[in-house]
Design a protein around this ligand. Structure first.
Ligand SMILES: [Fe+2]
Length: 234
């Protein structure tokens, strides 16, 4: 390994983790408001990821194995995950109830402005940039959440902030495992095979950097909403 120059996947992973280190939502103490805000804003993101963005870049993806795997993931998210005999949306809503959100709030949630900007950027990448940039835009957060040593997607943070039991934070423990199969060096391996020239490599890196800027806005929107919720004493 050491004798090879850094690969495009190294560049992607390094960039993602460098930016992630400065995203406050991941590392600042998880308050009740920031937890609720994350869960609420993740609801439309999750829906958009699997019903809009992934189909958009997959429509240009020539790699059947990647398409198949991604469709499998979309099925687990929105339709049925065989391991837990329900879709992830069910455990997401249950997680929301466990932190004091109502079904009405979750069913009617709208993205806050910064989150909506992030959605627009990701959708633009998925529809118009290199398909690999789309793939990265829809999986880089999963990579970050399985690679950062300590962050607020981990179950412990939620147990502390909301006084929950192991059972009540199943959504997070389960996802830390599931995400590992959805993104990261091993999963992204086909990227190196498909990026055969420098121009395309640059396109993908540019698209990925834009996706990371949008991720910063996504979490900034969540922090602002969360701090507002905390101020209003929710
Ligand atoms: Fe999921």
């Amino acid at each position: 390994m050491a004798s090879h120059p850094p690969s495009v996947i190294d560049a992607i992973c390094d960039y993602a983790l460098t930016v992630a280190a400065d995203i406050p939502w991941y590392s600042e103490p998880l308050t009740r408001g920031r937890g609720q805000a994350y869960l609420l804003q993740h609801i439309p993101r999750n829906r958009l990821l699997s019903s809009v963005m992934r189909p958009a870049w997959m429509s240009r993806c020539p790699d059947l194995a990647v398409v198949r795997k991604t469709i499998g993931q979309m099925r687990e998210e929105l339709v049925f995950d065989d391991h837990i005999a329900q879709p992830h949306t069910s455990i997401l809503w249950q997680m929301g109830r466990n932190i004091g959100l109502t079904d009405e709030q979750m069913n009617s949630v709208k993205p806050v402005p910064l989150v909506e900007v992030a959605f627009s950027v990701w959708e633009h990448i998925a529809r118009t940039r290199h398909w690999i940039a789309g793939w990265l835009a829809t999986s880089v957060d999963e990579f970050i959440l399985t690679s950062l040593p300590k962050h607020n997607f981990q179950a412990t943070a939620w147990k502390q902030a909301f006084g929950l039991t192991d059972e009540q934070v199943f959504f997070f423990t389960y996802h830390t495992k599931a995400d590992d199969e959805h993104a990261g060096r091993r999963v992204w391996e086909p990227i190196a095979r498909h990026l055969t020239n420098e121009k395309e490599q640059q396109e993908v890196l540019d698209g990925m950097k834009l996706a990371m800027t949008a991720l910063c806005l996504f979490y900034q929107g969540i922090c602002e909403l969360g701090d507002q919720l905390d101020k209003n004493g929710r």
